[in-house]
Design a protein around this ligand. Structure first.
Ligand code: PMP
Length: 428
């Protein structure tokens, strides 16, 4: 496949946008080459500016759980836009989506909408700090919670791809309040809690991690965190920006039956429009302005177009209880196919998967945390990525990202993908 026009467009973009992109991981820096410029997308497919059709395994980094340009979402946005695009005043729609989200997710009484996952996580820790009157938080190496200062401490995703887990511009003062723990290592977290007794406001975690590839929480790890938090008056924050409304109707809390104190959302909850949200039980949420002392706000928060898209998406997920089963079955089929062809071609690999999140690591050992994820062979990944792109299959341009499976994928698409992987892995 040719990507000539995309390359030209990238060269033009580079003149007026830093690195040619509005979010770093789009730039193909980890894999080399120039990014694909998208013209349109429908269902499981992307159509680029060169006229190529690609099967999409990024799906806007997660939101498109039902495929691109999902008709009820598109219709809802068009109808709402005709009535005005932003008011900065309350609308009935906001209550409708809030009530639906609260009914779908365990342990939450109230939810507040923001404009991105970053804002959701940033606000969640401010709320946790205000509520507990403590300053420190614990995050896990390789987990990404957006680009607010407190989280750019060994973050995953693009922050890892670019080799700058600790970004300049984050002050020492901020960094000292973020304690780093090792994913899947409960003893390590216990030691940190012990050493900072009474000082930790929250532990924030991607309960199924997706920003160092997909990392599965070990048996007992999340429950161990829950118990540790309860014993020490620490709030447990599940960052469900990727997993919310994707791994189950009620996210990881429902999937594993573990209760979080605060949950953050992004991606699916906005149906592809810029939406994030954070939610908790009433006692915690009432600590927010205008009821409580913790300030948090947004001119475009609860924007009518974004809320219309989100509501259409959540209604679809709420009304068809088989969606999550279908996603599981499709992704399991893909996993089995990838396993079969990589093995047949003598490739060294490990596949991690939970529901519709899956990642292929080019390493033989189990991938359970940031350290083991970083061990993967990036040269093989580059060949894998570019080979698949030539075959018309688009996966994230970094080994640290999970693939997101959409219900719009057919079994023919999955077979096409498995065959493409077979072909590409013969060239390693
Ligand atoms: N948390 C997680 C788990 C994420 O994956 C992301 C984004 N990939 C974020 C937070 C930040 O969301 P956003 O990019 O919408 O700010």
């Amino acid at each position: 496949m040719l990507y000539k026009r995309s390359s030209q467009l990238f060269a033009e973009a580079e003149k007026v946008i830093p690195g040619g992109v509005n979010s770093p991981v789009r730039a193909f820096k980890a894999v080399g080459g120039t990014p694909i410029f998208v013209k349109s997308a429908k269902g499981a497919y992307l159509y680029d500016e060169d006229g190529n059709k690609l099967i999409d395994y990024i799906n806007s980094w997660g939101p498109m759980v039902l495929g691109h340009a999902y008709q009820p979402v598109v219709d809802a946005v068009i109808e709402k836009a005709k009535l005005g695009t932003s008011f900065g005043m309350p609308t009935e729609l906001e209550t409708e989506i809030a009530a639906l989200a609260v009914s779908m997710v365990p342990n939450i009484d109230k939810i507040r909408f923001v404009n991105s996952g970053t804002e959701a996580c940033m606000s969640a820790i401010r709320l946790a700090r205000g509520f507990t009157k403590r300053d420190k938080i614990i995050k896990f190496a390789g987990c990404y919670h957006g680009h607010s200062d407190s989280f750019l401490i060994q973050a995953g995703s693009g922050a890892v791809t670019f080799g700058s887990p600790n970004s300049p511009g984050v002050t020492q003062g901020t960094a000292k309040d973020t304690l780093l723990a090792k994913y899947n290592d409960l003893e390590n977290v216990k030691t940190l809690v012990e050493a900072n007794k009474g000082e930790i406001a929250a532990i924030i975690i991607e309960a199924v991690a997706g920003n160092m590839g997909c990392i599965v929480p070990k048996e007992g790890f999340l429950q161990g965190l829950r118990d540790l938090c309860t014993e020490n008056g620490i709030l447990l924050i599940f960052d469900e920006v990727m997993t919310g409304f994707r791994l189950a109707r009620g996210g990881v809390q429902e999937l594993y039956g573990i209760d979080a104190d605060i949950v953050t959302f992004g991606k699916v909850i906005g149906g592809g429009l810029p939406v994030g949200a954070f939610a908790a039980r009433e006692e915690i949420m009432n600590y927010l302005a205008p009821l409580g002392p913790v300030y948090q706000a947004g001119t475009l928060s609860g924007n009518p177009l974004a809320m219309a898209a989100g509501l259409a998406m959540l209604k679809a997920l709420d009304s068809d209880r088989e969606i999550f089963t279908r996603l599981e079955e499709k992704t399991a089929y893909l996993e089995a196919g990838i396993h079969r062809v990589l093995k047949a071609n003598n490739v060294v690999f490990t596949i991690n998967r939970v529901g519709s999140m899956i990642s292929v690591h080019f390493d033989a050992d189990p991938v359970t945390d940031f350290q083991t994820a970083a061990k993967g062979d990036n040269e093989t990944f580059k060949k894998f990525f570019h080979g698949l792109l030539q075959e018309g299959v688009y996966i994230a341009p970094s080994a640290y990202e999970t693939w997101f499976i959409t219900d719009a994928l057919t079994y023919e698409d999955l077979d096409f993908t498995i065959n493409a992987i077979d072909k590409v892995s013969k060239t390693f």
